[in-house]
Design a protein around this ligand. Sequence first.
Ligand code: TXA
Ligand code: MG
Length: 320
Amino acid sequence: MKLQTLSLAPDAAGLGKAAHILRSGGLVAFPTETVYGLGADATSDVAVAKIYAAKGRPRINPLIAHVESRAAAEAQGIFTREAAILAESFWPGPLTLVLPLAAGATICESARAGLPSVGLRVPAHRITQMLIAATGVPLAAPSANLSGRVSPVTAADVREDLGGAIDAIIDAGRAQVGLESTIISCLGPEPQLLRPGGIARAAIESVLGRPLAAYATEATPRAPGQLASHYAPRARLRLEARDLEEGEAGLDFGGRFGIAANILDLSPGADLNEAAANLFRYLRDLDRQHPQIIAVAPIPEIGLGEAINDRLRRAAVKDE
Ligand code: TXA
Ligand code: MG
């Protein structure tokens, strides 16, 4: 069924309307500091089912529940010692903790894809926090894109993928971090990196005082979300490109390819935080020029570079 997707302002009236839709079991896309999320009441199987349907997302892929505070997270998940250190250091912020489900947790089974664990995040964005508070329940939210496609960093990106399929979008400008949260599992004896993201590995290892176990590769998926083809633009990506070939568009880093209409530089000054913030937007922008191939300059595997390279490698996989 085609819906009239409302555009809501990030003010009291807009948030009030959004909270009402969410409490009635509807879908609202909202901004966070990482990317835009597609939200539903995380305690309602009926509401959460609509997320999977709108995105075309496999139901075996669990969702992150966004909560207002550490205390709200403690009602849903069991905090190990390491989880407590990580929450203390990085919440609110772009960190998701996968924890054993607490007794009395209210996150519904479909949000967890039936798992006895839960992915929890306290977002740092003021509007997200106000929305969760106004709604009064945890919000399940994957990135607000069609499954397998590039994550949205503006309300316009969300509308491009999901306009007509969801009830409303809160427009609060561009997401600052530009990459999804770092996901750490605290289920086993030692914390494991399930997905690199907005908080760099080194920052996490520094507060834990030890290295993190390597994150799952495609050969050994640990998070059901570690599917091969993801973040896929229509064009093919040629990674680690030293120069640009005839007919290619270029996703540059550090001014290697020069200046032209078919080249976007993630960060001319080679700043990885800036590159992360521009990544998904530039992938979308270049894809709109309909090139066959997007050549991507090498990105160093340090800081947010690990997460950037992770997304680029997934975007380079084509499964047709
Ligand atoms: O920054 C973000 O994380 C954004 C914003 C909206 O918060 N959300 C996001 O959600 O990226 P999504 O659905 O695109 O990615 C969530 C990932 C999935 O790969 C899923 O497998 C993993 O979190 N996840 C969630 N709960 C889990 C669980 N109980 N066990 C293992 N993995 C889990
Ligand atoms: Mg996603």
